[in-house]
Ligand binder design. Sequence first.
Ligand SMILES: Cc1ncc(COP(=O)(O)O)c(C=O)c1O
Length: 485
Amino acid sequence: MHRTQHSVEGPLAIEPDDFRRELIRAANWVADYLDAVPASPVTRPLPQQHRRYLSASPLRDNGQPLSGFLDFIDTDVAAYPGGNGHPAFFAWITTPPAPIGILAHLIGTTLNASCGYGENALVDMERGAVRALADLAGLSPRTGGVLTSGGSMANLLCLAAARTWFLNSRDATDGVAHDEVHARLVCYQSTETHMSVTKAARTMGLPLSRIRHVPVTADLRMDLSALRTLIEADLAAGRLPFCVVSNLGTVGTGAIDQVSEISRICAEHGMWHHGDGAYGGLGNAHPDLAPYYEGVSELDSLTVDPHKVLNVPIACGAALVTDPNRLRAAFSTQASYLDGNDEWPWLSESTLELTRPGGRALSVWAVLQQLGREGVRDLIEHYLSHARLLRELVRERPDLELITEGPWAITCFRYSPRDFDGDIDGLTARIASELQDGGKAFLATVRVHGVLTLRASVCGHRTTKADIEILVTEVIRIGKQLTAR
Ligand SMILES: Cc1ncc(COP(=O)(O)O)c(C=O)c1O
C-alpha cells in the first residue's frame, strides 16, 4: 500500500506515528487477551460503584491523551467480561468471536462503509454473504435478504414482509381495505418460540390477542393438530391467519418443528411460512441434522444468526427471503435525496435502516471464507460432539438427571439426588446462581414442561473436553454442598 504523509489537523487528528504505535499496542492487547481468557474466571462481578462510574457521562471539558484509552479498557472494561468469550460459557446462545471476525471488524470499521445506500464493494459482499447463508441453510438460489443486528431484527423484517405480501394479495395496501384486513390478521407460533417473535408482531401493531401460542407435543415441537384447530377457529370467527412461525431450533432446547408439514398447512390456507432459525437455521449443513430440515426450501423466509453458530462477532443476524422482492415491497420507500436503481436495489430498501455497517458483511464473508462448507459442518460437529460428551457424563452420574438432549447441542439436566425431597426448582436455581458466581463455568436455566433445568448450550469454537468436565464437576460439587446444609 502506498503511504503518504497526510496532514494531522483538527480535534480528532492523531499523529500518524502515535496512531500506528497505539494500533500495534491494541493488536498485542487483543492477542494477549484472547490467550489469557481460558485461564481467567468466566465472569467477574462488576462492583456497584464501578457500574455507577461507568454509567456516568464521560464528558469533560478537556479531552484526554490517546495513550490512556487502552489502559482504561484493560483495567475498567475487559476486567469484567460477560463470559461468552470463555470456553466454559454455556449460557443462552452467546458465543466467542471467531479470530478472523475480529480482524474483519477492525478492517470493516476502518473502511467505515455504509451498506444502506450508494455503491461500494461491501454492499456486494453483503449480497454474497446473504447468498452463502441461504445456500448453507438449504434455501433456493434466488433467495435474497439483508444482514441485521441479530435474530430479533431478522424476525421483525420477515414478519413485515409476510404482512405486506398478505395485504397485497388482498388488495389491501392502503385506506379502509388495509385497516379492515389488518384488524383481523393473526399469526401463529409455538409456546417454545423465542419472545422476539411476539415482540416483532406487537411492533407491527398486532395485539397479543391475535398472536397465537400453539401448544407443543412431548418432544417440544409444535402440535400440528392444535395448529390446525386454532387456524380453523380463527377462520370461522372471521379472522385472517396470515403467518406461521416455525422453530428451526428452539432457544430453550433446540427442538426443530416439522417444516414440511407446516408449509403444507400454510399453503392450504394461503399463509406465509417463516422459520426462526436464529439458532438452528444452518442445521442443513451437518449430515446428522439435515434430515430434520427436509422441506426447508419451501419456507417463505428464514432468520439465521451468524453471531450464534458461526461465531461471527456480535452483532450479526440475517433475514433471508426466498422471493427477495417481497422483502423489498415491505420497506422500499422513495425519496428525492436517494436514487437507487432497480438492477442493484440498495439494501436500505429491504430493511428499516438507511445507514448500515459494512463490517458485518466483511465478518460473515471472512468467517465463511475461512471455514468453507466443510468447515461449517466441522464447527457444528464440534458443538455436537461436546454436547454428546456432556450427556454421557450426566448419564453416568446417578445424582444427575438428563431432561432433554439433541438434536442440537443444547442439554437440559438437573442435580437431583435420590434422597432429596426438597424444592428441586429452588435447588436448580441456586446451583446455577452459585456456578455463575464461582467463575469456573457458566450456564443459565430454562423451564422444560414446567420443570426448571440447568441448560448448557455448546456453541463456542474454543470449548474443550476439559470445559465440559469442569461444568459437570462444578454442578455436582455445588449441588452436594447445597443439599448437605
Ligand atoms: C430461536 C431464537 N430466535 C431469536 C433469537 C433472538 O436473536 P438475537 O438475540 O440475535 O436478537 C434467539 C436468541 O437467542 C433465538 O435463540
